[in-house]
Design a protein around this ligand. Structure first.
Ligand SMILES: Cc1ncc(COP(=O)(O)O)c(C=O)c1O
Length: 375
């Protein structure tokens, strides 16, 4: 939680809202204020609400399909976008099953996903805009141009993988030229890496943005941002973007307090300071012990990637990540009072309540780990 736990401003907003009623199946003023704040942060004028990241990506894809009249979608190999069928494809795949670099495999993530849905989800590798262009040209020639490209602007489910310089700009140009809707899934980056997430940080504006996680400050809330053009299909009723608890008063009260009172410019300056400090500390440990790895981070997010090679996509990650050391680092942290999200693809989220002492403790434990594995 980038806000820390039980932030008093969010707690107060939730308590006050509860007294007034928590469900009317109708918008409250807070949803308007939140929409305006998001429009300002993410440079997209139109917003709809959901209750989770999966709902945001599911509805965003449907809107893109409704707008373009196309069925296929293109994603980045290895990216997680939630638990609905269309995006539970080409993630968590073993290295030898990834398939050819030019056209990696479409494979289901677990059982219960219809093959017909799997076949409609195609994948390309991150940080390779030229291949995306070739793939879209080829799909267009086959009459299978996708409705959208859905991607994280910085991958947050392989530790942290940043876009190489020029990559996002190229993706923006390519998708526009092919008439494919570009969705930045900012469920992890939104609110967390800058006020306006990846849109602000990298200065590239997609056609749609999906949010959840940090938006509700601990309550299940999500949102979809759109251009005027994309929003027309929702406004004219041709795509139904609906849900009983969408934009519910409790979630919106929390999101309003979160955006207006907690995640302020000072909060982002604090997070940038902490991240710089922790990254620098980890680099010093790596240098001292000669570990195969490097620290990488942005805003509140970061990690140490245990790999001799720089990871720029899923295939390189799977080929090089030291999985055992990553597992060990998690356990080592937990045994010393540092609770990281479980999973060796995860990263840290610094919070506005963290201090220099807190990040120094992290570095201290990392140094202990480095000493133990080097002994
Ligand atoms: C980038 C991304 N998109 C979507 C989701 C799905 O969000 P939720 O778990 O709220 O459905 C996640 C969850 O981890 C995510 O990391």
């Amino acid at each position: 939680m980038v806000q820390g736990h039980a932030h008093p401003a969010i707690g107060k907003a939730i308590a006050e809202r509860y007294e007034l009623g928590t469900h009317f199946a109708a918008p409250t003023e807070d949803s308007i204020v939140v929409g305006e704040a998001l429009a300002e942060r993410f440079a997209l004028p139109k917003w709809r609400y959901t209750n989770s990241g999966s709902e945001s990506t599911m509805d965003a894809i449907r809107i893109a399909r409704g707008l373009t009249g196309r069925d296929e979608i293109l994603k980045i190999f290895g990216s997680y976008h939630g638990h609905h069928d269309a995006v539970m494809v080409s993630i968590g795949i073993e290295y030898d099953k990834i398939g050819p670099r030019e056209a990696p495999a479409s494979l289901p993530y677990g059982a219960g996903i219809p093959q017909a849905i799997v076949d409609m989800t195609l994948a390309v590798h991150f940080n390779d805009a030229e291949n995306m262009d070739r793939r879209l040209t080829q799909l267009a020639a086959e009459g299978r141009l996708p409705a959208c490209v859905i991607m994280e602007a910085a991958m947050m489910n392989l530790g942290v993988v940043l876009p190489e310089p020029g990559y996002l700009e190229a993706v923006r140009e390519i998708t526009k030229r092919h008439g494919v809707i570009l969705i930045f899934d900012e469920v992890k980056t939104g609110i967390c890496i800058a006020a306006g997430g990846a849109v602000e940080k990298f200065g590239v504006v997609p056609d749609m943005v999906t949010l959840a996680k940090a938006l509700g400050g601990g309550l299940p809330t999500g949102a979809i941002g759109m251009t005027e053009e994309v929003a027309t299909v929702v406004e004219d009723g041709s795509v139904y973007q609906v849900g009983t608890y969408n934009g519910n008063p409790l979630g919106m009260a929390a999101a309003r307090a979160n955006l207006l009172e907690v995640m302020t410019p000072e909060a982002y300056a604090h997070l940038d300071h902490l991240n710089e400090r922790i990254l620098k500390g980890c680099q010093a440990v790596i240098d001292e012990y000669g570990l195969d790895g490097y620290p990488v981070g942005i805003g509140s997010k970061g990690c140490v990637t245990f790999s001799p090679e720089k990871v720029t996509d899923y295939a390189i990650f799977k080929e090089n990540q030291d999985a055992e050391l990553s597992e060990l680092a998690w356990l080592f942290n937990l045994n010393r009072g540092i609770f990281m999200t479980p999973g060796r693809e995860e990263e840290w989220t610094l919070s506005v309540t963290h201090t220099d002492e807190a990040v120094d403790r992290y570095v201290e434990v990392f140094a202990e780990l480095a000493a133990a594995v080097s002994a």
